[in-house]
Design a protein around this ligand. Structure first.
Ligand SMILES: [Zn+2]
Length: 294
């Protein structure tokens, strides 16, 4: 009898352990899908690493959805999180997009608000135990804002670090991308983005509309010498369309997404096993509080 009870107990504990493992394996990486207790497990499994895929709501030529950058950035984050677990922040689209205010459907928040949103989002994540935040930018118009945001993390003490993911396809991948590409000019809603959207949400791509507007460079400020001006993009691409979306291919889309995702997974892996950035920032912060007396 004693042996039987022992047998039943060990069988039960096996079932409980494997149920826990199955649960662990099924732990969602999308933050909005985690329950509050699961979030605590996710924190541990992710090593406190969270990816914020940043998109924007803006026109993407005449043929792609307004949220194209959001779809692209999130897809890269999802694939990366499947390779190396990290928490992926819910849809986020408060960024810099003044240059498309003349186009229907653009949501252009003020500079103050976009700054505060991101600062407070990072602070709230940190309050919840996320100490390593990766910003994954899906929108070219955010480049200057996000680099400045990262630089500004040194303006005061913070117990978390913020990194901007900077993918750089290796030589072999780049050669493959070049061999697949059929167009020479591509910057916004062109061959690359149309190909990626074809992989992610083909039902939202409207190929019949690709030629209804021009994505050609209008070069209306080409005589301007040695200067940067905010109107540069409008001068070149007033239709907020740069390239030719009719020349897409699923193979190119998959390659672009997978290449970014595997590099992001590598960054997540690095952050989970290394604390150098947090340590350096802490050291810097202490010295900056009292630069003379040390
Ligand atoms: Zn885009």
């Amino acid at each position: 009898m004693k042996r039987l009870i022992h047998f039943i107990l060990s069988l039960l504990s096996c079932i409980i352990v494997s149920a826990q493992q199955a649960n662990e394996n099924q732990l969602p990486y999308k933050m909005e899908e985690l329950s509050s207790p699961q979030f605590v497990t996710a924190l541990e499994k992710s090593g406190g690493v969270c990816v914020i895929p940043l998109g924007i709501i803006e026109k993407h030529g005449p043929h792609l959805p307004l949220g194209t950058d959001l779809f692209e950035a999130r897809e890269v984050a999802f694939i990366a999180a499947q390779k190396e677990y990290a928490i992926v922040f819910p849809p986020y689209f408060a960024g810099q997009i003044f240059e498309a205010r003349h186009q229907p459907g653009t949501i252009a928040y003020s500079s103050d608000l976009m700054w505060k949103m991101l600062e407070e989002t990072c602070r709230e994540l940190s309050r919840n135990g996320v100490k390593k935040i990766i910003i994954l930018n899906g929108h070219g118009g955010n480049n200057n804002f996000l680099r400045f945001f990262c630089q500004s993390q040194l303006s005061g003490s913070r117990d978390y670090v913020v990194l901007l993911f900077q993918p750089a396809p290796d030589q072999t991948t780049q050669a493959k991308i070049n061999s697949l590409k059929k167009t020479t000019q591509d910057g916004h809603a062109g061959e690359e983005e149309t190909s990626m959207m074809y992989v992610i949400r083909p039902d939202l791509v409207h190929p019949e509309a690709t030629k209804t507007q021009s994505g050609e460079d209008q070069a209306r400020l080409k005589q301007l010498p040695y200067a940067f001006t905010g109107i540069w993009w409008y001068a070149k691409f007033p239709n907020h369309y740069a390239g030719d979306g009719s020349r897409y291919s699923k193979e190119l889309g998959k390659l672009l997404i997978r290449s970014d995702a595997s590099q992001l997974a590598e960054l997540i892996r690095y952050l989970k096993s290394d604390n150098s950035i947090n340590a350096l920032q802490e050291e810097f912060s202490k010295r900056a509080q009292n630069p003379v007396l040390q």
